[in-house]
Design a binder for this molecule. Structure first.
Ligand code: ZN
Length: 288
């Protein structure tokens, strides 16, 4: 590139082009980098030895002491070579919305104490989100499933009992788990679309994505994880989300599985700013 015509205008145009290239390559790097593609295929999905899960563990399983959330967004180290073109994450799971909109997702509910609070905050700011329901919780709290749908939020299957190792089971077992979960949800809200599946812990395997797809569900990962399941407090949850948010983000939050008061309070704090800067959307209930 030569700089013979060094008018301010040319310089400015070039600067804009360079900046755009940098931003797009950064965004691409983020999208791919978030999923830590193919760096350590020996770390089998679902192997609890040293694998970090951003999603919260099953009750009684390995706790926070085994987890390191200090660096890049944690995820299980599956082999990215097997990902396909369906989504931008592992095995084709979607880690971003594919548009400039951002999506808030709430996992591990419904929960009688915190789901109603989350719904209240979302209603106050007229935000629609996506709830990844655990089957046995949906069975216990059908009224909350109905409240979620009544407020215009969309649904995601999060397995029957938050089984982080589900991906290591046979396709038949996976299918039974996902169907049982959908049945519990549909018992509360007959006919409600359940287009998404999120594997607990983000421990994706090909059979999980494949079976979910067979059952009409798109696999859903995330791109922003404030580790709210560790209950680090509203301040930290809020600052983590706001520092990592960018167009297209899928934000992983929790309305169940523990004390989620910090998440509720953080939402109350960040939603005005988020809603001013981005269009917040529930993930769609039909394929684009
Ligand atoms: Zn979960």
């Amino acid at each position: 590139m030569t700089w013979t015509g060094s008018s301010r205008r040319t310089t400015a145009v070039l600067a804009v082009v360079v900046a755009a290239l940098l931003v797009s390559s950064y965004a691409m790097g983020r999208t791919l980098g978030l999923d830590q593609l193919g760096h350590n295929p020996t770390r089998a999905a679902g192997d609890s030895g040293g694998v970090q899960h951003a999603d919260q563990p099953e009750a009684g399983s390995a706790g926070p002491a085994t987890r390191d959330h200090s660096a890049s967004p944690p995820d299980a180290g599956q082999d990215g070579a097997t990902r396909n073109a369906a989504g931008d994450g592992l095995f084709g799971a979607h880690a971003t919305t594919g548009t400039r909109r951002i999506a808030l997702t709430f996992d591990d509910g419904p929960d009688p104490q915190f789901t109603p609070q989350v719904l209240t905050v979302l209603r106050r700011f007229e935000v629609r989100a996506t709830f990844c329901l655990v089957g046995e919780n949906a069975q216990k709290h059908p009224d909350l499933v109905r409240a979620i749908v009544a407020d215009g939020h969309t649904l995601c299957n999060h397995s029957w009992n938050h089984n982080i190792s589900l991906g290591n089971r046979s396709p038949k077992d996976i299918r039974a788990d996902l169907l049982r979960t959908n049945a519990a949800i549909r018992a509360a809200v007959p006919g409600a679309p359940i287009m998404w599946y999120r594997q607990p812990g983000g421990v994706w395997t090909y059979p999980l994505v494949s079976v979910a797809h067979e059952l009409g569900m798109t696999s859903l990962h995330w791109s922003v994880d404030p580790s709210d399941w560790q209950a680090p407090g509203a301040d930290r949850i809020a600052s983590m989300v706001m520092s990592r948010i960018r167009p297209g983000a899928v934000v992983l939050l929790h309305d169940g599985g523990g004390n989620r008061q910090g998440t509720v309070n953080a939402l109350d704090r960040i939603l005005p700013d988020l809603a001013a800067r981005f269009e917040l959307t529930a993930l769609p209930t039909e394929a684009k």
